[in-house]
Design a binder for this molecule. Sequence first.
Ligand code: FEO
Ligand code: CA
Ligand code: CA
Ligand code: CA
Length: 589
Amino acid sequence: QVPVQGGPSSLAFGEVRHQLSQHDAVPEGYETQVVIRWGDPILAEAPAFNPNAQTPAAQAGQFGYNNDYIDFKPLPQGSNTADHGLLCANLEYTNTNLMFAGIGSGSGARIRANAEQSHIERMAHGHAVVEIRKTNGVWGYVRESRYNRRITGDTPMRISGPAAGHALMKTNADPTGTRVLGTLSNCAGGNTPWGTVLVAEENFNGYFGGASAGTGPQGEMHRRYGIVAAAQYPWGRFEDRFNLDKEPNEPNRFGWVVEYDPYDPESVPVKRTALGRVKHEGATHAVSHDGRVVIYCGDDQAMDYVYKFVTARPFNLNDRAANRDMLDEGTLFVAKLQDDGKLEWLPVVHGQGPLTAANGFANQAEVLINTRRAGDLLGATPMDRPEDVETNPVNGRVYVVLTNNTTRAEGNAANPRPRNAHGHIIELIPPRVGNAVDHTATEGRWEIFLMAGKPGQDAGARYHRATSDQGWLSCPDNCAFDSKGRIWIATDGAPTAAGIADGLYAADTAGPGRALTKLFYQAPTGAEVCGPCMAPDDRTMFLAIQHPGEDTGSTFEAPSTRWPDFAEGMPPRPAVIAIVKKDGGIIGS
Ligand code: FEO
Ligand code: CA
Ligand code: CA
Ligand code: CA
């Protein structure tokens, strides 16, 4: 089979082929470089990685597990440098059975971790900041840079905004309800125009358990967020704060968007409660026509909603300090996608509509802590697992990536497929004010960009008619845009039964090649592709390759792949890679 070369698409690379392999693949003329892997030491005191001699202290100074969102912040700060900067990486969760010997296989193996292993895993969670540099065309990280930082499941942080200090946020360890240890399940994320990074807490429910789950005054709320008696991790056996029977409020302190300053390694991360509490996939910003900043978020659960937060004030380009608490004041909205293509943003504000004391909300803090119930009462549109929501810098449209939803019995216009196994992507179209986009508007339009699945085989699949046998995709998750406004789509959950791995696909969003997706990167066995992040010069595509080897039966002793090291005894390692063109050219050119 001859791959499509260009055709009506502006993307000129020769497609990679759909295949399942221990190795990854890029188009001819491109190469991959490993920038940093799980276990690579980044702090001064951290030892070299030894998979058979892991300790909590070692892990707390090394790059953590399951890199997800990645960001590139240029150095020096404020410049547009594309070959030197800070790599900011979420470290979402841990695969116990691939990290340690003797655990066995499967995600249920997680619960078998002992106290020491659980502590190591908590240190492998969170976030990392690492100075990186391209030297003679090759990316690498700077060991012991003064910027290097690890944020873990135990790092002290502050809680701010309307829910800070509320009774439901207080615990024995923190009677003020304003200080919390750690950030967990950091999936996608985003950043702000004032240079900070946003870390989105997603599947926080799995860390908390106890016999009292689902009972008492918080029972219904815990259930709505998926908190059940049997936690996915055994941490509650070793640490009281993960045990609901001892600390029923601790999970209320997770599920937020966390802001921190990557340029200041001493800065205290802040959980910004004004943005609501859901399973935040990401938190991406757009600057509106009047300088106010809008943060878009998806709540990644079948039948959950899409949100946006609009700051109360315009940000100040010339005074970074003036923007410091910008995300504490503003309005949260939830999306209603009507059948006629109209988009409505409903305010998630105490006292408005059904969000009143009569319905159990005493104040805005309670609305935000139980954001999902607020969305339910407002009649928001239940979506097919909203993952990334990102704005195209060229056309101003906002892309909502819906990964799949096999629980849907009945379609609606925006989620037309019942039992949607492959997902789809929607464009939200905010109104314009002159040449600028009004992201603050409470009305707009929406349309479908593509319906994933194999054309001709999966009912409802809809792409450009020239999409090749390699170019169709399944389970879109994260996306990014290059400076030409072309979309780069990363997948999570491609059907291995159909012989396809997760990957990165690119497509034009306008012109004759609109929605003509092409396969650019094929991930190794068991891995999903996260955090697509284009360097400011479009000459490096950074990817976070998450959970390589996460397959049925794959274990530390006998993994399905030893990517990226392929060394005997070395388990697979989640890693951030850089893809460059061998001639130094523009990615996708
Ligand atoms: Fe962590 Fe929604 O993927
Ligand atoms: Ca993931
Ligand atoms: Ca994701
Ligand atoms: Ca996903």
